[in-house]
Design a protein around this ligand. Structure first.
Ligand SMILES: Cc1cc2nc3c(=O)[nH]c(=O)nc-3n(C[C@H](O)[C@H](O)[C@H](O)COP(=O)(O)OP(=O)(O)OC[C@H]3O[C@@H](n4cnc5c(N)ncnc54)[C@H](O)[C@@H]3O)c2cc1C
Length: 443
């Protein structure tokens, strides 16, 4: 490819399983986007806009195609301080936005477990946070989008447009979002009063979750997937609310520790995992049950360690995230945890959260009412894929679905069952755009 693009063999998604060459263009100004898109088209390369590469699997990869890397398009365009409405270029990260809006008493409507995500990435995956029950997903707070398509020019979309609904959660396939306008949420301080409660099994989790939904804005549980028998699904439940006072202090961008190299493959095996899970539970059981902390520590604990994805070694890892309807969740989750034990696999990162009824407009949005389980598996090749296929059977039988932002191997059949509006969405896919995920599931 020519002028605006250069070959790059280093671009990876967060799971680092797939390797390949991409042709990378990095615009600094919005008016460079359209010529880049045209150049890719003339070279017969499908294009894809990408953010900070925090999706785990295939949705931010476009092997042998063009990448429009958006991270330098990170300017704020307009801010209505009275009503908390921000318009920004989509390469701005959630961390950039928080540094600007927290001192002014505003916060993101919802946030994933890392602030190293761009505004464009948050919309394209319609991300959710620990407050889904109360706030819905990110798309619920998007008011306008500036979308560049290969049909020419940047068009302004509002929630009344069919293309708006396809773009929320549309994985970058409907066009390149140049800018977006979002509604922020007012906060009484930048601190969170939280409680941590140990629970002994899945039934105790469901009781705690039901009790907490009405009274706490942020809830999430860590599950010890090595426990079995009566302790199946035991873990630690965290719930919190914005503290009523304490002032407005934005996070610092300091990273406490960064992994410079890949850890040895196989470092995370059944023995080290069992040890880690026991130690983690013991450590937290000994720490204060009720405390006040910064939003940074509460919402982004993993951001303290740079490049932690290298812990899984050079073969990388998969994250498996599903959501299950409430009626089916207790049995299906128990079945999934037993299956993971039977395969002698597991993870130190197993997160279980409730999801509420508030839906965004997104045709392919992942969230739905129920419970979402996310679990990392080191890539051990065929046995890991076999385990995830066994989990797929449980999720499909329970009428659940998988999260494309995390996926690195979903079948077309699983995608189509989980997202019944996919063919309506397909009509909005821009012919100049594609991704490894889309080629896999739409084939
Ligand atoms: C530690 C960690 C915790 C996480 N926790 C959560 C969580 O709690 N909840 C959750 O929902 N997700 C979570 N995620 C996933 C993450 O929020 C999403 O994958 C997010 O979309 C990544 O954004 P990004 O900027 O890195 O985009 P990328 O991963 O680079 O791209 C993601 C998608 O956005 C599209 N895209 C990016 N920019 C644009 C643009 N300007 N125009 C059009 N399309 C665009 C890409 O084509 C791609 O399809 C987590 C990820 C990590 C690493």
């Amino acid at each position: 490819m020519s002028a605006g693009f250069s070959a790059d063999a280093t671009w990876r998604s967060w799971g680092r399983v797939e390797h390949g060459v991409h042709y990378r263009g990095q615009p600094y100004f919005r008016d460079q986007l359209e010529p880049l898109l045209q150049e890719a088209r003339a070279s017969r390369k499908p294009a894809l806009a990408v953010g900070l590469g925090r999706s785990y699997g295939l949705s931010n990869l476009n092997t042998d195609g063009a990448l429009l890397c958006m991270q330098d398009l990170d300017r704020f365009i307009a801010f209505d301080a009275e009503n908390g409405v921000l318009r920004a270029e989509t390469g701005a990260s959630l961390g950039d936005i928080l540094r600007f809006c927290v001192p002014r008493g505003w916060f993101l409507p919802t946030t994933p477990g890392t602030r190293f995500v761009t505004l464009g990435g948050a919309i394209a995956n319609d991300v959710h946070g620990k407050n889904h029950v109360r706030a819905g997903s990110f798309g619920c707070a998007v008011r306008r989008i500036g979308l560049l398509t290969s049909h020419g020019g940047c068009i302004e979309l509002t929630p009344d447009d069919a293309l708006f609904a396809a773009t929320i959660g549309g994985m970058g396939l409907t066009g390149v979002m140049e800018w977006a306008e979002i509604q922020l949420t007012q906060i009484p301080s930048s601190f969170i009063d939280y409680e941590q409660i140990a629970f002994g099994n899945l039934s105790e989790f469901f009781a705690l979750s039901a009790e907490s939904d009405g009274a706490f804005k942020h809830t999430v549980a860590w599950v010890d997937c090595t426990a079995g028998g009566d302790a199946l699904g035991r873990g630690l439940f965290h719930r919190g609310n914005w503290a009523p006072d304490g002032g407005y202090v934005a996070h610092e961008d300091r990273i406490a520790l960064s992994l410079p190299l890949d850890a040895p493959n196989g470092l995370l095996n059944a023995v080290t995992l069992a040890g880690f899970n026991l130690a983690w539970r013991a450590l937290h059981a000994a720490s204060p049950r009720v405390a006040r902390t910064s939003y940074q520590k509460h919402l982004y604990p993993l951001d303290a360690i740079g490049a932690w994805n290298r812990l899984y070694g050079s073969r990388g890892f998969y994250q498996y995230q599903c959501v299950l309807p409430p009626e089916a969740a207790p049995d299906a989750l128990a079945d999934m945890l037993r299956t993971i034990k039977r395969f002698r696999d597991g993870s130190f990162l197993v997160v279980l959260k409730a999801m509420g009824e508030r839906a965004s407009l997104g045709l392919l949005s992942f969230p739905m009412r129920g419970y979402t389980l996310a679990i990392d598996f080191a890539n051990r090749g065929a046995p890991t894929l076999e385990l995830m296929e066994a989990l797929d059977d449980i999720v499909a039988a329970a009428n659940g679905r998988l999260y494309a932002a995390k996926d690195g191997r979903m079948s077309g059949a699983m995608f189509k069952q989980g997202f019944p509006r996919w063919s309506e969405f397909a009509e909005h896919v821009d012919p100049a755009l594609s991704s490894n995920f889309w080629r896999r599931v739409s084939a």
